[in-house]
Design a protein around this ligand. Structure first.
Ligand SMILES: [Mg+2]
Length: 121
């Protein structure tokens, strides 16, 4: 897939484990572990969800793939959606959760709750 802008880092599949480790290191070397309580991280996550929401605010319905967005707008979206992911990964980590496994388990539960045969669309 072509990148919308130049990126100095290589493009590859990134695991939640890799993100978790990078975030733990990022916080540790800055002495930020003391601030990364579950509550603080949740509030930071909610703040970032707000920043993500602002991007879509007042735009009306937006087409999939964002065909009419500028590269700057898409870069801004990448930044804010990443902030949400990073705080979510960090929150799960400090709570001692395996986010990837939890998400896979939740997909299975959702599939059981919403079986395909009951779809009405
Ligand atoms: Mg942000």
């Amino acid at each position: 897939m072509e990148q919308s802008h130049e990126c100095p880092m290589t493009t590859k599949d990134v695991s939640l484990q890799e993100l978790r480790e990078k975030l733990a290191e990022f916080a540790s070397v800055r002495g930020w572990d003391q601030f990364h309580s579950p509550r603080n991280l949740l509030l930071a996550l909610v703040g970032e969800v707000g920043e993500l929401s602002e991007i879509f605010q007042w735009k009306g319905e937006v087409a999939r793939g964002l065909p009419n967005w500028s590269s700057d707008d898409k870069e801004h979206l990448e930044e804010e959606i990443s902030d949400v992911l990073l705080y979510l990964v960090r929150l799960a980590d400090v709570c001692g959760l395996d986010l990837g496994q939890a998400a896979l388990t939740k997909i299975i539960k959702n599939a059981q709750k919403y079986p395909v045969k009951h779809q009405k669309y």
